[in-house]
Write a protein that binds this ligand. Sequence first.
Ligand code: MV4
Length: 589
Amino acid sequence: MLKKVLIANRGEIAVRVIRACQEMGIATVAVYSDLDRDALHVRLADEAYALGGTTAAESYLNTEIILDVIERSGADAVHPGYGFFSENTDFARAITERGVTFIGPPPGAIEVMGDKVSSRIAAQAAGVNGVPGTTQFLNDATEVVAFGEEFGWPVAIKAAYGGGGRGMRVVREESEAAEALDSAQSEALKGFGRDECYVERYLTWPRHIEMQIIADTHGNCVWVAERDCSAQRRHQKLIEESPAPSFPAEIRQAMGDAAVKVAKACGYVNAGTVEFLYQDGEFFFLEMNTRLQVEHPVTEMVSGIDLVAEQIRVAAGEPLSFTQDDIQLSGHAIEVRINAENPAEGKFLPSPGDITTLVPPAGFGTRWDGGYESGDTVSQYYDNLVGKLICWGADRPTAISRTLRALREFRIEGIATTIPADIAILEHSDFAESKHSTKWVEDVLDLTGVSSTPIVADGDAEAKVQRDVDVEVNGKRFSVKVFVPESQAGAVVASGGSAGGAARPRRSAGAGGAGAGGGSGAVTVPMQGTIVKVLVEVGQEIEAGATVCVLEAMKMENNIAAEKAGTVKEIKVAPGDSVGSGDVVVVIE
Ligand code: MV4
C-alpha cells in the first residue's frame, strides 16, 4: 500500500483527497502558493511545502518545484485532483520515471482521450457511437449543406481539436453554413492553434449524462452509476445528480456497458468518466474525462463506494474491492456547486474576497465538501469553487427538498455565492419534472431579481441599512427592524447567509456593493482584481452606463460602468493596480 501521498492541488479537492488518505492511514503532503500558506488543505495535511508564487502557473503548475517537493517529502505517490496536472502526461511520466506513483490513468489513455478526433475513433472502434456526423474534416461549406440536406437541419460544426464549446457553431439552414464554418475555424485557430472542423447532427434539447467507471491493473473495469449534469451555464456545471431522472434502467445498463467498452478500448486504469449526450431515449458518446471529477460525490452517495479510496487502491496495484455485481445503487443524490460568484441577473460575476462567516448546513443526508472555512479568503487567482453541498434522499423529491433546506440553512457572509441561483433551479417545476436540458439554464431559467450581494465588512461606508433582528421580550420572540451603519451590518445579521435570494433581500436595490458610492458619482469595483485598462480621461464627458475601466478578476475581464452621466473629475487607478471590492476607481461630477 502507499505510505505517503502528495496532493498536487488546492481547495476542496485537496481536502477531499487528504480525508481519504487519513481514513486509510496514509500520510499526506500538501503544497501551497504564497496566498495559500494558511489554507484549509494546508491546515489538514500532515506536512506542507511552499511552492512560492501567486498565480497557478507560478505555483500549482510549476513542475520543477513540485518535482523537488515530491523528492524532499519522500512521497511515494501523487494525487493530482482535477485541473492542474490531472491530465498532463508529461507530469505523469516525469513522476513515474522517478519511481513515484501517479494516482490516475496511464499516459497513453489520457492521450487517446485528449482530443475529440482520436477519442471518437477509439469509441467508434469499440462499437460506441457519437452523434451521427462526418468522420472527415470539412473543406468547404458545401459539405455542411450536403450533410444538412441528407441528415436534416440543424447541424453542428465542431472544432476537431476544440473543447468546452469553443469552436462549435449551430447551423439551422443552408444560408448560414459559410459564415458558421468561417467563424468556427477562426475561433478554433485562435483558441487551439488548429482549425480542422467536422459536422454532425445538432441535438436541440439534449441532456448531459456521464457514466463513472473505475478500472484496476488486473483487467477489472466496472461502471458505477451515471450523473445528470444538464443544469449548467456556459459549460460550467451548477448542479449534478444521480441517478439521472426519467432514465430507464435498460438505458443505464446500456450506457454503463458502452462506458466500460470505451475505457477498455483505451487501456484505462483508475477512475474516469465517459460523457454522453442523451435525447429521445438515445445516447451518443461525447468525450471521456480522464480524471476524478468535481461531481464524483453524487456517485459515492448512491453507491456507497469511496471513489478516492478506490483510486488509491488501484494505483497501489490492488484489485478493485468490489465487482460489477456487488454494486447496488440506492436513493438519489444531488450536488450543488457553491462558487464565489454573484448570479444576480444571470451574470455570475466573480466575487472573490474574505469569507467572514461560513457555517455549512448539517443533518441527515447532508454532506459538505468544502475548501474554505470562516476567515479564509477566496483569491481571484484560482478557481472560485468554495465547496460542494451533496444531499442524499431516498428518492428525488426528498433529495430536492433536503438540498433546498440545506441551502437555506447555509450561512456564508463576506462573498457572494451561487446559492440563490441554485435555489432558483431546485425550486423550478421544469427541474422537478426533469424537463430541463443543457440549454435550460441559459435559455429558460429567469434569474432577474435573484441577487447575492456580499456583505462588505470593511471601512468607511456609513450609509445606514435596514436589518431584521430577532429579540426576546418577556420570554416572547419578536422580529424588529434596526438601522445600522453598513460597515456593521454583517454583525447584525443573524442568519440566512447569502441564501436569501429574492425572498430575503439583503440590501436596497441599486446599492450593488458600492461601499462609498451609491449614486454619488464615485464608481466602485464590485470585486477584488486588477485594473487592465482605463478608458476615460479627466475632464471627459461620459454617459450613464459608459465603461470607465476594465477589471480582470478570476481570469475574466469585467467592464466597470459609470452609474450616472457627467464629467470625469478624478481617476484613482492605473492599469496594473490591484483593487479591492468597493474601491473607488473613478469620480464623476
Ligand atoms: C453537441 C450538442 C448538441 N448536438 N453536439 C458543447 C461542448 C462540447 N463538449 C459538446 N457540446 C455540445 N455538443 C451535438 N451534436 C450540445 C452541446 C452542448 C453541451 C454539451 C454538454 C454539456 C453542456 C452543453 C451545453 C451546450 C451545448
